[in-house]
Design a protein around this ligand. Structure first.
Ligand code: ADP
Ligand code: MG
Length: 488
């Protein structure tokens, strides 16, 4: 693979904060909300009121364990919640509860499919730990004061920390996409980046090609779109390369990214973990998970995207890029398999035909409308039935295709629609023969040039027959009949 920078190897490690899909906060029954009136989703624990005691949210733990298992981590039988002390207006307790020395999950990996590469990129995970989110400082345009909204304070997060195994901006976003796909598959998170459910800190350093020592890193904080991640990394690579090539040294700092101006800016010098004075939270007992409990959670995991991709290749013989698209979202993958089952009795060819219809026709409409397949009106069995009609020659591919946008947007029974619209293809020998005879009689020139060896005239005549049938003639049957007539 071509190096990202001619003079330096780029080294990237990511810390991803992912909001767990639970109804209540990590240590109180206060609801997890989005867009609610400020400070209406809080209880004494979120406000840091003296004497309020935290109680751990069980379902949140289960989702965090799922995420650990789905990324091949070891789930620790015992983990510890610690206080990370710092002052911030949106952190009324004066500390955030996180896991530090003994995290929930350690040592996993994510295999990231890379465009144009045979082998996926394996990104090792250092750890996954649980923590609570902080509140939000709201700086309203035109107001000189800053407001604090504590609705987000205490919302359950996992932080997924990667080893510095990533070597390019594209690989960073490919990793993030894969990770997002995994947490969505296992229902651990909605991972909606616009809502801040999935955001990341990017650590970047450079080193000479061939060096095995890590260079000094900088950290780009809180990026919440794939586009920003790539753009910010590119800027940081250029900045560091310039400093190093001029003989300077990189300072370990924390940077922000200003998307409007398309540049990074210094937020603060880098703090060390010592600065946070971590210590075990005396209000919380260690989180202990029995082997049986972990096994139960593992048994309940759905098929993961990488497993599904492997199975689609194996079972249906689908090419890699088709598998990648069809398995990207669990809803789409399930839809595809149900449609394929209805499209034909022979699983492999039915799946291949269905994959073509999905990739070429169905996704085009979904993308145009920006909807997910499960939110459209098309039933997988309906698509399967339509494909079956095409395969059986009862309707032409062209007619079937013309019905798809309507079926997706408004729904309906394909069988009935085909009948109502009179789209049943003409495959009746007698009717086809009449059409063929008509075309031959009306186009003596084309017939003559075919006889003189211009085989392309057959296509012209085909076109005439199809036109006369209003696109309903079975093209295979027409070609056969025409060729036979012209040869005789
Ligand atoms: P902190 O919370 O102080 O940022 P962590 O250990 O939680 O520290 O996270 C460090 C992240 O930075 C990890 O994702 C790791 O892979 C990455 N990282 C560490 N050293 C480097 C480096 N020299 N270059 C790039 N990334 C690095
Ligand atoms: Mg960090």
């Amino acid at each position: 693979m071509k190096p990202t920078h001619p003079d330096y190897e780029v080294v990237i490690g990511l810390e991803v904060h992912c909001q767990l899909r639970v109804r209540t906060k990590l240590f109180t029954p206060a609801p997890v909300t989005y867009g609610a009136e400020p400070n209406t989703a809080t209880l004494p624990v979120c406000l840091g009121l003296p004497g309020a005691l935290p109680v751990l949210n069980g379902p949140a733990v289960e989702l965090a364990v799922r995420a650990g298992l789905a990324t091949h981590c070891t789930i620790q039988p015992r983990s510890i919640f610690a206080r990370k002390n710092y002052f911030y207006p949106d952190l009324p307790k004066g500390y955030q509860i996180s896991q530090f020395e003994e995290p929930l999950a350690t040592g996993g990996y994510v295999d990231v499919p890379m465009e144009g590469e045979e082998e996926p990129l394996r990104v090792r995970l250092t750890r996954i730990h649980m923590e609570e989110d902080a509140g939000k400082s709201v700086h309203e345009a035109g107001l000189s004061e800053t407001h604090v909204d504590l609705n987000r304070a205490g919302v359950p997060l996992i932080e997924i920390v990667s080893e510095p195994d990533i070597r390019s901006p594209e690989a960073a976003t490919a990793y993030l996409r894969t990770l997002r796909e995994i947490v969505r598959y296992i229902d651990a998170s909605d991972a909606d980046m616009e809502k801040g459910h999935f955001r990341c800190d990017v650590n970047v350093s450079l080193r000479p090609h061939g060096s095995s020592e890590l260079g000094t890193r900088t950290e780009l904080k809180n990026l919440n779109s794939f586009r920003f991640v790539e753009a910010a990394i590119r800027l940081e690579i250029d900045r560091q390369a310039k400093v190093l090539s001029e003989g300077g040294t990189i300072e370990q700092v924390t940077l922000g990214y200003d998307a409007d101006r398309g540049r990074t800016f210094l937020m603060r010098g880098k703090e060390d973990s010592d600065d946070y004075r971590y210590f075990p939270d005396p209000d919380l007992v260690p989180l202990v998970l029995s082997e049986e409990r972990i096994a139960e959670i593992r048994a309940a995991l759905p098929e993961l995207p990488e497993q599904k991709r492997a199975r689609f290749t194996e079972e249906y013989g689908l090419p890699g890029d088709a598998c990648a698209i069809l398995t990207e979202k669990r809803g789409l993958a399930d839809f595809f398999e149900r449609a394929a089952a209805a499209a034909g009795d022979d699983a492999k060819p039915a799946a291949q035909t269905t994959a073509n219809w999905m990739l070429r026709d169905v996704l085009a409409v979904l993308r145009e409308d920006d909807v997910e397949v499960q939110d459209g009106h098309l039933e997988p069995e309906g698509l399967g039935a339509l494909i079956r009609m095409v395969e059986e020659g009862r309707v032409t591919a062209r007619s079937a295709r013309s019905l798809l946008p309507e079926l997706i947007r408004e729904g309906g029974d394909p069988e009935r629609l085909v009948q109502e619209r009179g789209l049943e293809s003409v495959s009746d020998e007698g009717a086809l023969e009449a059409l063929v005879a008509q075309a031959i009689e009306a186009n003596p020139k084309a017939v003559a040039s075919y006889a003189e060896g211009d085989k392309k005239s057959l296509n012209f005549l085909m076109g005439q027959v199809m036109k006369a049938s209003q696109g309903k003639a079975d093209p295979g049957a027409v070609r056969k009949l025409l060729a036979a007539k012209l040869e005789s």
